[in-house]
Design a protein around this ligand. Sequence first.
Ligand SMILES: N[C@@H](CCC(=O)N[C@@H](CS)C(=O)NCC(=O)O)C(=O)O
Length: 301
Amino acid sequence: MPEIILHHYETSPFSEKVRKLLGVKGLAWRAVDQPIIMPKPDLVPLTGGYRRIPVMQVGADIYCDTQVIAAEIERRYPDPPTVRGADWAVNLWADRTWFSVSVAVIFGETGVDKDFADDREKMTGRPFDVNAMKAALPFMRPQWRAYASWMEDGLARGDFLGGTTPSLADVAVWMNVWWTASAAGQAGEELMAGLPRLAAWRQRMDAIGYGRRSEMAPGDAVQLAARETPADPLPSDDHEMTSLRPGDPVVVQADDYGRDPIEGVLVALTRDRITLARQAGELGVINVHFPRVGYVLAKRQ
Ligand SMILES: N[C@@H](CCC(=O)N[C@@H](CS)C(=O)NCC(=O)O)C(=O)O
């Protein structure tokens, strides 16, 4: 199997979700450190415009968004299985609903520097208003704690939310718990006070570790993509509901933030995944994969 390369940065909560999933799977992987703010000169040439973190690379295949990253890890390495029951729905709730409360709580507590705020304003098209986050803390902290108490309830009958072994739901929830505890410190711990099952689960999740990680220089990852050719695309859905078909020139955009458009030719459209082929100049052909949930796909005129 070709190497898994994770473009990430240490403090990134979405990266932590994937790092922990790689730990659950017990995999070897390469870590490429990317900047926290734009520009990202060793990332955007691979993705064709997508700037969010993390991005997974396997040869000349690039996976944008933790949803499709988790799906691809599960597809390539099905043992131990981590996707159960309504895990995909829990994953989306943890990514969007709980995460937005974590953002408000963490940055309301800690503040941010001006370069970070300016970058995130450009990315979202909205003010990054730390004063508003501070003012909202009395409302947001109880929201966060209520989510944590759902997890306390969910752990009543098993060591993990997924049962006796960890699942995607566990790593999706871990993202918020880990980030809040590591970024907000004592203020984060207060949100989880008096939740003993959650505390024990945190220790279990921590003990899983992160698989076998080794570093890779960003330039080496780009050169690797240039040397490789993309894997055969997955079969498209026979019941595709749109008029889009492989071979169509298309553009993909996130529907929430970081909406930079990515252009290419559609090579696969499954029920839950979009794959584009991009002519990436000196890098040759790169296939870029996105989830369908949370992304807008349209034909280019
Ligand atoms: N839906 C995306 C969200 C990713 C995301 O928001 N990542 C944050 C970092 S944890 C980000 O990209 N922030 C802007 C940046 O790092 O440039 C996913 O699941 O991967």
